[in-house]
Design a protein around this ligand. Structure first.
Ligand SMILES: CNc1ncnc2c1ncn2[C@@H]1O[C@H](COP(=O)(O)OP(=O)(O)OP(=O)(O)O)[C@@H](O)[C@H]1O
Length: 157
């Protein structure tokens, strides 16, 4: 029988990186609640991935990202999800407006040497250093019971 390929779920992740700091948000609800992360979510029908990245940043922190660059592609295989997740990671050089807390996220600036990896997804330490160096990358990760990372492979492109 031919192998069935399940199309991945598309998501965005946007990290603002300016003057030696990154803007992250503490996720207040839903998937990844309690973790610090960039801003993002599911790509909706009819929008491009970049449009989704901009929309999610507005919805979650009330600001418009400026100078977007797609730097990475992360693929997550969860043993408790039907489809793999494909996360498109964007770098933003700046924002227009002041970040504000929303129902979903509480935004906080962190110095790049002080990123709270112990309160973030387990894959993050494997690709943030590459991202922060301005390089492009691709990564594949497996997770068990949502949160336990069981394998990781990251490639600088
Ligand atoms: C497993 N390792 C991971 N490492 C780093 N980041 C991860 C991640 N897994 C998911 N993410 C990000 O977490 C957000 C979830 O988004 P999520 O809240 O589900 O989306 P969205 O806002 O569309 O949902 P609702 O409309 O509230 O259902 C989204 O940015 C996505 O890229």
């Amino acid at each position: 029988m031919a192998a069935v390929t399940v199309p991945p779920k598309l998501l965005t992740l946007l990290i603002v990186h300016k003057l030696g700091r990154v803007l992250l948000g503490r996720k207040k609800r839903g998937f990844g609640e309690g973790y610090y992360n960039g801003f993002g979510g599911k790509v909706e029908p009819g929008e491009t991935i970049e449009e989704a990245a901009i929309r999610e940043m507005r919805e979650e922190a009330g600001v418009d990202p400026v100078g977007l660059e797609c730097r990475g592609l992360l693929t997550f295989h969860f043993d408790d999800q039907e489809r793999p997740w494909e996360v498109h990671v964007y770098h933003a050089a700046d924002i227009r407006g002041e970040p504000c807390e929303t129902d979903e996220m509480a935004p906080v600036w962190f110095a790049v040497d002080d990123i709270p990896f112990d309160r973030m997804w387990a894959d993050d330490p494997h690709w943030y250093p590459i991202f922060l160096q301005g390089k492009k990358f691709k990564g594949t990760f497996h997770f068990q019971n949502t949160h336990t990372m069981t394998s990781h492979a990251v490639q600088v492109l």
